[in-house]
Design a binder for this molecule. Sequence first.
Ligand SMILES: *[C@@H]1O[C@H](CO)[C@@H](O)[C@H](O)[C@H]1NC(C)=O
Ligand SMILES: *[C@@H]1O[C@H](CO)[C@@H](O)[C@H](O)[C@H]1NC(C)=O
Length: 410
Amino acid sequence: MVKVHSPRCFITLILLLLPLLLTTANAFNHYQNKKQPRTIRNYTERRNLNFFSCGTGNPIDDCWRCDKLWYRNRKRLADCAIGFGRNAIGGRDGRYYVVTDPSDNDAVNPKPGTLRHAVIQDRPLWIVFKRDMVITLKQELIMNSFKTIDARGFNVHIAHGACITIQYITNVIIHGLNIHDCIQTGNAMVRSSPSHFGWRTMADGDGISIFGASHIWIDHNSLANCSDGLIDAIIGSTAITISNNFFTRHNEVMLLGHSDSYVRDKHMQVTIAYNHFGEGLVQRMPRCRHGYFHVVNNDYTHWEMYAIGGSANPTINSQGNRYLAPLNTHAKEVTKRVETGEYTGEDTWKNWNWRSDGDLLLNGAYFTASGAGSAASYARASSLSAQSSSVVGTLTSGAGVLNCRRGIMC
Ligand SMILES: *[C@@H]1O[C@H](CO)[C@@H](O)[C@H](O)[C@H]1NC(C)=O
Ligand SMILES: *[C@@H]1O[C@H](CO)[C@@H](O)[C@H](O)[C@H]1NC(C)=O
């Protein structure tokens, strides 16, 4: 029988076990932090947990990019999200699925090995690619919950066909895809899970369409030239982070909020961070309705009409961005109140909470702020700590698809 003989013996035992107890408690705390939806992540703390030597100051990238063995530790990415979409775990808890076949010949009975076959599965999956490929989808790629599409290591394009639909599901991570030249498709049967397929009417031709979905993280993609938005999030979608993407060659870049009358979008929270809005863009980076939008540390180098627009009383918290206005003297304003229906004139928008905090405004750019800006309202539009706009160039230098190869850092 094991017996503790004396108080001293007991204390020695506790001292011996202490390191183990502390480590367990730490691991548990880390896990808890990840799960707590409203915690604002401490950026300094995060970096200390990971690499000291190779960071760029971009807290998402510093969490994984210094790892030469990234291709063996792919799922680590799932723990690197920040912002409102930070709890999106994607397919972290599932198996790997390797896409070997770029074809998309049957949207109802997709062939094993195709991207469509991967994304419709019911179980969590971490989807990777066998080689470089261009996937031209015949119909929308209707995803199921708990999926990561991780194109690191290969040059993967979803182009010249339908693109990605994230509808009424949760927990999706999209990383490392080139998404461009998406076109309208539809009036066809499309499978959405192993047990269900149905009729799809015409799709708008968005690059990524987020519809009634939550816990979504879109990171390090390059998006250009689609028939409708590059990324749209509507119909009660929320808990979204759109980070480190490179947007080019497009008119209406990003729509967040379905319509002025669709009030369920009042709960929407979206983080737009470390993106580069580049050449050939016109407007809507993003265009917001109703909800809470944290636009932080992005680099705006091109717009033809305006950068950030909105209607129907959205809260817009613009922090630490770099806004470089175009030469056109009529397009210097960063902001635009979009006048639709009943929403016209300053009387309607003077109470909308839109603020510019620490933004760098260049070449005559100006941001028209409004609203009394109650702390509570901006608290709901704050999701990570902004860094100085002077480091935006560094933070966004890797925006878009990364050139990742096995055995070297991404
Ligand atoms: C973040 O963490 C660091 C290191 O643990 C600490 O020094 C700092 O005060 C923290 N900042 C905030 C805002 O909590
Ligand atoms: C965008 O795609 C259309 C075809 O859908 C093409 O005609 C056009 O040249 C493209 N524009 C740019 C700027 O790439």
